[in-house]
Design a protein around this ligand. Structure first.
Ligand SMILES: [Zn+2]
Length: 142
């Protein structure tokens, strides 16, 4: 299963593309921030950018350490949301490689957390904040 691909050569600088994608993120009120506020409003207390023992170099977006629940708010573009992620036409091979790397990393993070006894909940950034909070609440109860 280890078909680790090498990074393809990029034909042109993507500064303009990067700028466009970062602008696509909703400014001011990021989906993660909105979810944090809603969870707080519902009375939940959590840690942000939490470092889990045994999981070096990675951080959990929203963590409930006592319940061992890790919540990630996945960006539609970088995490390859099936509804919103459009692969750029230029440097297509590089982007495909990049999305593959990101997907493997996410899967690896989930697997490691589960091995450490944690549960993982992932919500897309496009999901309505109430729905996202419901997902987290259900995960905390389950
Ligand atoms: Zn999406």
């Amino acid at each position: 299963m280890s078909t680790e691909k090498r990074e393809p050569v990029r034909s042109a600088p993507t500064a303009d593309l990067s700028a466009r994608f970062s602008r696509q993120r909703r400014e001011g009120t990021s989906p993660e921030l909105a979810l944090r506020h809603e969870l707080h409003r519902r009375g939940f207390r959590y840690r942000v950018q939490f470092k889990v023992d045994g999981l070096p170099r990675r951080r959990v977006d929203i963590a409930f350490p006592k319940r061992q629940l890790a919540v990630f708010v996945d960006g539609c573009f970088w995490h390859g949301c099936p509804e919103h992620c459009v692969i750029p036409k230029s440097n297509r091979d590089w982007w495909l490689w990049k999305f593959d790397v990101n997907a493997r990393r996410d899967a690896d993070t989930d697997r490691r957390l589960v091995d450490l006894g944690w549960s993982v909940a992932r919500v897309w950034e496009h999901v309505d904040v109430q729905e996202a909070a419901d997902t987290v609440e259900a995960a905390l109860q389950g």
